[in-house]
Design a protein around this ligand. Structure first.
Ligand SMILES: NC(=O)c1ccc[n+]([C@@H]2O[C@H](COP(=O)([O-])OP(=O)(O)OC[C@H]3O[C@@H](n4cnc5c(N)ncnc54)[C@H](O)[C@@H]3O)[C@@H](O)[C@H]2O)c1
Length: 322
C-alpha cells in the first residue's frame, strides 16, 4: 500500500512507544487513525500529539480496550465503524504488547497467562475482530508486531523469557501462514510481521503497570523472587535494602527506554516504509537484522552462552534485550 493518505488505520496499544509513533506518523500523512489502549491518559495524549501535525480533516479517534478481551475489541470495532462512518478499514496494526511471565517454573501462572493473552491473544483476536472490515476494503494490510524474540527465544543465558517468546513465535508463525491464506482467500489483503530489536520505549515500565507490579507495589514475596533471579544471573543483592531494590527495578525500566539504540519514532518509520514496500517481514534495528542472520547461519548454537557473548561483543543487547 504505497499511499497511506486518506486510508483508515487501526492501531492497538497506541498510548505510548511504537504504537504512539505509528499513530503520529500515519496521521501526519493524512491517514485517519483509530487507536485503543488500556491507558486513557496515554492514548488521549497520543491523539493530541497526532492532531498537532496532521493535515486538517484527518480523524484520530481513541478507545479504551484490552486486546486480550474479545468483547472489548468488538466494542472497539463498533466504535471505529461509528466514529469513522465506515464498514471498512485499510490497515490493522496489532501492536499492543507487554513483557512478563519470564519463567514457566518460577513465575506466577497468572502473569505468564496475562502476557501470553496480550502478546499472542491480542494479535489473534485483533485479526479476527477486524478481518470483516478489512475484507470490505478495496485494499488492506495487516501488520502484526512480533519481536526478534519471535526468531530467537532468549534475552540472555541467565534470564528466562518464556511467555513473551512463546507469544512472539506464535505471532510470527500465524503471520507467515496468513500469507498463503490471504493470497488464496483474500488477495486484496497483505500481511507483514514486524520484528524489532531493542527499541527505546517504556515497555518495561508499562508491563509493571499492566501486571500490577510497579516498583512501589512489589511485596516481600516479589522482592525475594527478584533477589533470587538476580543471583541466578550472577548479581547477588543480599546486602541491598528493599527500598534500593525497588529503585533498581525502576531504574532498569528507565534504562531500557533511555539507552536503546533506536527510538520509537525511528522504529515506526521503518515499519511504515516496510508497509509501503509490502515487505512481509520487517526487521527493525541493526540488532534485529544481525540476530536474524546469526540464527539462520548457526541455528544449533543460538542457546549457547557463546552466542550471547558474540552478540554483546558486536555491541548488541548490552543487558537490555527484549
Ligand atoms: N521496545 C522493544 O524493544 C520491543 C522489541 C520487540 C518487540 N516489541 C513489541 O512492540 C510492541 C510495542 O511495544 P513498545 O515497546 O512500543 O511498548 P510500550 O509499552 O511503549 O507500548 C505498548 C502500549 O500497549 C499498551 N497495552 C499494554 N497492554 C495492553 C492491552 N492488554 N490492551 C491494549 N493496550 C495495551 C500499553 O499501555 C502501551 O501504551 C509490543 O508488541 C512489544 O512486544 C518491543
Amino acid at each position: 500500500m504505497e499511499i497511506l493518505t486518506g486510508r483508515i488505520a487501526v492501531v492497538t496499544g497506541g498510548g505510548t512507544g511504537m504504537g504512539r509513533e505509528l499513530v503520529r506518523q500515519l496521521a501526519k500523512e493524512g491517514c485517519h487513525v483509530a487507536t485503543c489502549d488500556v491507558s486513557s491518559t496515554a492514548v488521549n495524549e497520543t491523539k493530541v500529539l497526532a492532531l498537532e501535525d496532521a493535515p486538517s480533516g484527518t480523524r484520530v479517534t481513541t478507545f479504551i480496550a484490552d486486546v486480550a478481551d474479545e468483547s472489548q475489541l468488538l466494542a472497539f470495532r463498533d466504535a471505529v465503524a461509528n466514529d469513522h462512518s465506515t464498514p471498512s478499514i485499510n490497515l490493522l496494526f496489532n501492536n499492543a504488547g507487554i513483557a512478563g511471565g519470564g519463567s514457566f517454573i518460577d513465575d506466577d501462572r497468572s502473569s505468564w497467562e496475562r502476557t501470553f493473552a496480550i502478546d499472542w491473544g491480542g494479535v489473534y483476536l485483533g485479526t479476527r475482530t477486524f478481518l470483516p472490515m478489512l475484507m470490505e476494503a478495496s485494499e488492506g494490510h495487516i501488520v502484526n508486531t512480533s519481536s526478534i524474540n519471535g526468531v530467537f527465544a532468549s534475552i540472555g543465558p541467565s534470564r528466562p523469557h518464556t511467555a513473551y517468546c512463546a507469544a512472539k513465535f506464535a505471532v510470527r508463525g500465524f503471520s507467515e501462514a496468513l500469507i498463503t491464506d490471504l493470497r488464496v482467500n483474500a488477495p486484496h489483503i497483505n500481511v507483514s510481521v514486524v520484528m524489532p530489536g531493542h527499541v527505546g520505549t517504556s515497555i518495561v515500565i508499562n508491563s509493571g503497570i499492566v501486571h500490577g507490579k510497579e516498583p512501589d507495589d512489589l511485596n516481600e514475596e516479589d522482592l525475594v523472587k527478584i533477589r533470587r533471579q538476580l543471583a541466578q544471573g550472577g548479581t547477588p543483592v543480599d546486602e541491598v535494602a528493599d527500598e534500593d531494590l525497588r529503585k533498581g527495578v525502576a531504574m532498569f525500566g528507565e534504562a531500557f527506554r533511555d539507552l536503546a539504540p533506536l527510538s520509537a519514532a525511528s522504529a515506526a518509520t521503518i515499519i511504515l516504509d516496510g508497509v509501503r514496500k509490502n515487505q512481509w517481514r520487517i526487521l527493525v534495528g541493526e540488532d534485529a537484522v544481525a540476530i536474524d542472520e546469526m540464527v539462520r547461519t548457526t541455528p544449533e548454537q543460538v542457546y549457547e552462552p557463546e552466542f550471547w557473548q558474540s552478540l554483546q561483543s558486536k555491541g548488541f543487547f548490552q543487558g537490555f534485550g527484549l
